[in-house]
Design a protein around this ligand. Sequence first.
Ligand SMILES: [Zn+2]
Length: 194
Amino acid sequence: MDEPASYPANPNLVFYPAPVLRQRAEPVRVFDQALRDFCRRMFAVMEDEHGVGLAAPQVGVSRRIFVTDHARRKDGESPQPRVWINPVIEAPTGTTVYEEGCLSFPAIYAKVTRHDRFTIRWQDEHGEPHVEQLDVGAGQFLGIVVQHELDHLDGIVFVDHLSLLQLGLARRRLKDLEAAYRKQTGKAGSPLRR
Ligand SMILES: [Zn+2]
């Protein structure tokens, strides 16, 4: 598939049930200045919203890119901005449970089960390959963030991982978001089917 002619100059956060959140994002093949500028703009959106991670589909761009700054959750820790392009998780083991939220699902928080340890391979904004082992149980919260963000690149959102009981608790808020989307766009979008 061809690269987009340009990335959005002013990316805006999109909210559930926007259909782009349900698409499988395309790989990045061209590592140019336009990509790097877009990554910088993604950081700006994430920081404005006080997020620890943001995936490209969350600003309407269906590409396999996300950014993180997991240290931002702790006061006094210096920022650790990172760009992850075409990421792949390998050899996951164990499980861990963590309370998650998502900038595209404001005011919804729920415990999600994730892998505890895994290897992740990705490219940076210059196309350089990287590999790292992450261990959530050893205190690497980043391991939760990257699993959440990588899901976005496959059209999966954190509420997909919830039990029906958890979903029931979030249902009213989901309906509010669906109503807001209908009001703004005149369309139903892609609401959850469970
Ligand atoms: Zn999210």
